[in-house]
Design a binder for this molecule. Structure first.
Ligand code: 13P
Length: 285
C-alpha cells in the first residue's frame, strides 16, 4: 500500500517503535528495500533526494512517484515516499503535485524566521494533497566534520525552539539534532538523550533522526526508546554495497556482471534488515 507518511508515524508513536527511512537511488534499490521490508513485515518510508534524478533511470518526480506507487501497491506492507532534505520550496511543491506522500523541507541552515516561513508554506501546500510535511530545527551536520560532539553543540535542537517551531508552522514531523551526523563519523558519535527526552515532552509531533549510519545499535535503540519515530539511513547501505565489490583479481574472470550486481544488492538488503531490527519495526504490519 502506498500511503501518507503521517499514518505510519502515528502508529509508531502509539506503539513506541521507529519506521526505517532508507534512501534509494533507482528502481532496483527501491524494489529491494520493499522486498526486505515485506519479508520482515515492517512499514517503510522510502526517502528520495532530488539530486538523484540526474543519475537515475527515473527522470522526473512524477516518474519516481508513479513508479513507487506502482510497486508499493503491489506490496502488502505500507510504504510512504518522502522527498528528503529539499532546500527549495519550488522542489517541495513539485514533489507534492507529483504524488509524493511526504516531503521534507530542510531550512535548518536558514534563520529561524525563514525556516518558519518556508515550512509553513510547505504545510499549506501539502494540506490539499494529504501529504505529510517534515522539517528540521537545529542542524544535523556532516560526519566528516564530527570529531567530538561538542563541536556540534551550537547546532543541536533546543526544546524551546522545537516547541515554538511546531506551533509556528503546524509541521507534521520534526527532525531534530541531538548529536548524530550525516555520512561517516570522524570521531565517536555521542547522543544527547536528555535533550531528546526534553524535546519529546515539549512537542507532540513524531520526531525524526537523520544520520543513522555509523551511529551504532545501542545509541539508535536508546533514541527510539526516548521518542524517535523515524530513522534515516543511507551511507551504511551504500558502503555495504561497496564492500561487496571487493573481488580478487584471479576470480574476476569467473564472475558475471549479474553476480556482482546481485552481491551488491544482497549486501544492501542485509544491512537494511539490521536497521529494521534496530528500529523495532519488524512484524508491525
Ligand atoms: P546517513 O547517510 O548518515 O545514514 O544519513 C542519512 C540521512 O539522514 C538522509 O536524510
Amino acid at each position: 500500500m502506498f500511503i501518507p507518511m503521517g499514518i505510519l508515524l502515528r502508529d509508531a508513536s502509539l506503539k513506541r517503535y521507529a519506521v526505517p527511512a532508507p534512501n534509494f537511488m533507482n528502481f532496483k534499490m527501491a524494489k529491494l528495500l520493499i522486498d526486505a521490508a515485506s519479508e520482515k513485515r515492517s512499514p517503510l518510508i522510502l526517502a528520495y533526494g532530488g539530486f538523484f534524478l540526474k543519475n537515475s533511470e527515473l527522470n522526473t518526480f512524477k516518474e519516481v512517484a508513479e513508479f513507487i506507487r506502482y510497486i508499493a501497491n503491489k506490496a502488502d506492507i505500507p510504504v510512504a515516499l518522502n522527498l528528503d532534505h529539499s532546500k527549495k520550496i519550488e522542489e517541495v511543491e513539485e514533489a507534492i503535485k507529483s504524488g509524493f506522500t511526504s516531503v521534507m523541507f530542510d531550512g535548518s541552515t536558514l534563520s529561524y524566521e525563514e525556516n518558519v516561513k518556508y515550512t509553513k508554506a510547505a504545510v499549506n501546500m501539502a494540506k490539499y494533497y494529504n501529504v505529510t510535511v517534515e522539517a528540521e530545527i537545529g542542524h544535523v551536520g556532516e560526519g566528516s566534520d564530527y570529531i567530538v560532539q561538542d563541536d556540534f553543540t551550537e547546532m543541536l535542537t533546543s526544546e524551546q525552539d522545537a516547541r515554538s517551531f511546531v506551533n509556528d508552522t503546524g509541521v507534521h514531523a520534526l527532525a531534530v539534532a541531538i548529536g548524530t551526523a550525516h555520512g561517516v563519523y570522524k570521531g565517536e558519535p555521542k547522543l544527547d538523550f536528555e535533550r531528546l527526552k526534553r524535546i519529546r515532552k515539549a512537542v507532540d509531533v513524531p520526531l525524526v533522526l537523520h544520520g543513522g549510519s555509523g551511529t551504532g545499535k545501542d545509541n539508535l535503540r536508546k533514541a527510539v526508546a526516548c521518542g524517535i519515530q523515524k530513522i534515516n539511513v543511507f551511507t551504511d547501505l551504500i558502503n555495504s554495497a561497496k564492500g561487496a565489490l571487493v573481488v580478487k583479481k584471479e576470480e574476476l574472470a569467473k564472475i558475471s556482471y549479474f553476480d556482482i550486481v546481485d552481491e551488491m544488492d544482497r549486501a544492501v538488503k542485509n544491512k537494511f534488515v539490521e536497521y529494521i531490527d534496530i528500529c523495532g519495526s519488524e512484524n508491525r504490519c
